[in-house]
Design a protein around this ligand. Structure first.
Ligand code: RUB
Length: 325
């Protein structure tokens, strides 16, 4: 590997963990990516500033290429690289590490703050239906529970990776009564829910919410049943490229997550791809703004159609990726 490409093994490992979903969820991915850039900066053996900068850009690119849908990842990388300032390697190192730590601190604070905003929407005795596992969404329930509000949860299992099980366990740690259901049971149980509460991987300029596959169907059913849909998303989830007409890439994951190899062999007598049927495994879907009642951020709650105002204020029109230079 050439000097400029000298990636710290921790960066490579973090990238592998994000790709394999050992590190997952948009906020957690952003936190890990910022931490990996700090490690790269801290341990870099570069003697020249240009080499140091090239190493940091290479690290950011490696992390960026892991998963395409959660914009918190490029937003985190961009934030840290923009803070890389100084003339000497020592200055560059210090500013990059400090910037990454600042990012991580602000991420945690934003989640707490949005939790307090979201908790204001929850009343004593409310039943909340969740989808997937979102730390932003859970922060709203945690803040409500901390304020003494009695909340119950109906937790969708969320095929194929069953992140709903993580949600269920977390809620039980907070003594929230939990009913775990399979995804297909969601419409039936909406009659018992007062809110649908989900997170987001990206929010587009028109207020569309990109989140775990199944969110859009849940939101449409909730609208039909008159259950309000609340999206908990820190502003790191706002997708600046969508202001200039770009769309959000939906990750297509491996078919073995849907039909593991031995199971498929049982059904068909064949290994995947050896015979007729196609398995598709999109990780995310797009919920149009008309099915969303509120986007809850650390800056307050917004109707989805007005989120672009906050997006412009926070990101301007600049969406260039520093690691492409
Ligand atoms: C996770 C997912 C979560 C969002 C928000 O998908 O869709 O709802 O990332 O999570 P995956 P958070 O499991 O494929 O990463 O609020 O923790 O950022």
């Amino acid at each position: 590997m050439d000097e400029q490409g000298a990636l710290d093994p921790d960066v490579v490992e973090t990238a592998e963990q994000i790709a394999a979903m050992d590190i997952r969820g948009a906020a957690t991915i952003a936190d890990a990516a910022a931490g990996a850039l700090a490690t790269q900066a801290d341990r870099s053996d570069a003697e020249r500033p240009a080499v140091f900068r090239a190493q940091l850009r290479a690290a950011a690119k490696t992390l960026y290429e892991t998963r395409p849908t959660a914009v918190s990842l490029p937003n985190a990388l961009r934030y840290v690289l923009r803070g890389m300032e100084g003339i000497t390697v020592t200055e560059l190192r210090a500013s990059t590490v400090a910037r990454a730590e600042e990012f991580q601190t602000e991420l945690a604070q934003a989640q707490e703050q949005l939790g307090r905003v979201g908790a204001n929407r929850l009343r004593d005795g409310d039943v909340v239906m969740t989808h997937c596992h979102s730390t932003d969404a859970l922060s709203c329930i945690e803040a409500a529970v901390d304020a003494g509000t009695d909340i119950e949860a109906i937790v969708k299992e969320t095929r194929p990776r069953k992140q709903g099980h993580i949600t269920a366990r977390q809620l039980r740690e907070w003594d929230v009564p939990v009913t775990l259901i399979v995804d297909n049971a969601a419409r039936r149980y909406l009659d018992e829910a007062d809110h649908v509460l989900v997170g987001a991987d990206s929010i587009a300029a028109d207020g569309s919410v990109i989140n775990k596959i199944g969110t859009s169907g849940l939101a449409v059913n909730a609208r039909e049943r008159g259950v309000p849909v609340m999206v908990a998303a820190q502003t790191i989830k706002l997708h600046p490229d969508t202001m200039t007409g770009h769309t959000v890439e939906i990750e297509m994951r491996d078919e073995t997550e849907v039909l593991p190899v031995p199971e498929r062999a049982d059904v068909t007598g064949e290994q995947p791809n050896d015979e007729g049927f196609v398995v598709e495994n999109p990780g995310f879907d797009v919920t149009p703004p008309r099915y969303v009642d509120a986007i809850v951020t650390e800056r307050g709650q917004f109707p989805p159609e007005s989120i672009v105002i906050l997006m412009r204020e926070l990101f301007g029109e600049t969406t260039a990726e520093p690691w492409e230079r």
